[in-house]
Design a protein around this ligand. Structure first.
Ligand code: ATP
Ligand code: MG
Length: 407
């Protein structure tokens, strides 16, 4: 009697456990299904939101003169092999630049704007992109698209096969550019600047005209890069973000000292750049003897002694130049370097002078930043190189820039 009672008790408790386990499993299953569904819905919501944002950004940009691509961050990651260091083209004050290849085979330059410096909201960023895209000229680098993802802000430019002018003129590669090519580059930069200053629908002062911001296409046609970039950064950081020492040599005195910014500051930088292109050296080179360290100063000293032709890159002189043409361009550079902003000619006049539509007008004044050394030092250092030398006048006096007024 007792045995049959305990076996039915055991059966009952086994059934109880079995049913309990089934119920718990059932509840777990239901919870899992609910969680899975919820997660899916969340994902769906997220992707809908992302698409909506992408669509909104695309629409925002499509209102432009030319449609600009809105890139997904993953697309750019893929194009640059996850921003691989092997694809790094360089790193300027605004962030690193990578070479990338899009799925359709197009080569691009991908500029990742430094997030902590930019601190710009998405709509602000997109409206600046829209503004920059509306500025188009054959001597300006094309902005193909952009990407804004979380705190990431990326600009995508056309890739320029011959990279930037600094690599050519500072001897970072062995490519030699003859006078015709250099003149074409000088004229192209002047035309690009004329467009920014005078002809585009918004007036743009570039602020950072220098060799690394002049890109060269496969035919060595120049295109100015990084125009309008300052708009992505707070006012105080835009100027200081660049590698300062390098940029300082290009900076107009009124901008460097008093922060006065106008087109004339770009024109001063253009003057420095022209001298660099002609002489194939950096504006500042502290490894040279003291009288040669600062290019505009050295050029002026040579000019005062009618030896300015010595400034010309020796390889280019060997290759053959028409002295008159080169001297005319040097003279234009001196006009751009004049200390007072209002003495510097506007870009349209510079283009006209370069293309000989108008004669070079006026005698340039001593460039700015000429009085750093005291007179005694100056005489000392220049005495050593001011020995009698063959004057340029021997070849053609009419080719010389007008002599400067006595100081
Ligand atoms: N569109 C482009 N095509 C090919 N190379 C490029 C392009 N844009 C930039 N580069 C290369 O990337 C390098 C880094 O460019 P970046 O503009 O970041 O630096 P930078 O010009 O030296 O300084 P800054 O930030 O003051 O402009 C350049 O020197 C150039 O060689
Ligand atoms: Mg640059």
């Amino acid at each position: 009697m007792q045995a049959s009672g305990s076996s039915s008790e055991m059966r009952f408790s086994a059934l109880f456990f079995f049913l309990g386990a089934i119920t718990v499993l059932g509840i777990l299953l239901i919870l899992m299904i609910i969680y899975w569904k919820f997660d899916k819905a969340k994902e769906l919501m997220k992707s809908m939101l992302r698409n909506k944002r992408l669509e909104a950004s695309k629409n925002f940009l499509n209102g432009n003169l030319r449609t600009i691509s809105y890139f997904d961050f993953n697309t750019l990651k893929k194009a640059t092999k996850n921003f691989h260091s092997g694809y790094l083209l360089g790193r300027g004050g605004f962030g690193p630049v990578y070479r990338g290849k899009l799925a359709d085979g197009r080569l691009v330059a991908v500029k990742k704007l430094s997030a902590e410096k930019s601190q710009q909201g998405e709509s602000e960023f997109l409206s600046e992109v829209r503004m920059i895209t509306s500025i188009q000229h054959k001597n300006l680098v094309r902005l193909l698209g952009c990407c804004s993802d979380g705190s990431q802000r990326v600009l995508v430019y056309e890739y320029m096969k011959n990279r930037s002018l600094d690599l050519m003129i500072y001897g970072k590669n062995d490519q030699f550019l003859n006078w015709n090519t250099r003149f074409q580059i000088i004229l192209g930069i002047a035309r690009g600047l004329q467009y920014l200053h005078e002809d585009s629908h918004v007036r743009i002062v570039h602020r950072d005209i220098k060799a690394s911001n002049i890109l060269l296409d496969e035919k060595f046609q120049p295109k100015i890069g990084d125009f309008g970039l300052a708009r992505f950064f707070p006012e105080d950081q835009a100027y200081l973000s660049t590698t300062f020492a390098g940029t300082l040599g290009y900076t107009a005195p009124e901008y460097a000292i008093r922060g006065e910014l106008s087109e004339k500051a770009d024109i001063y930088s253009f003057g420095v750049l022209v001298l660099e292109i002609i002489s194939c050296r950096k504006n500042t080179n502290l490894t040279l003897s003291s009288e040669m360290q600062y290019l505009p100063e050295y050029a002026w000293k040579l000019y005062e002694r009618s030896r300015v032709i010595e400034l010309v890159d020796p390889r280019m002189r060997e290759d053959g130049i028409v002295e008159n043409d080169v001297l005319q361009v040097i003279n234009v550079a001196f006009l751009c370097l004049q200390p007072h902003a209002n003495q510097r000619p506007p870009m349209s006049e510079i283009v006209a002078m370069l293309t000989c539509k108008v004669k070079t007008v006026g005698t340039p004044m001593r460039p700015a930043f000429m009085d750093r050394r005291n007179k005694r030092d100056e005489n000392l250092s220049w005495d050593s190189i001011s020995e009698p030398f063959p004057s340029l006048t021997r070849s053609d006096s009419s080719s010389l820039p007008p002599q400067p007024p006595p100081n």
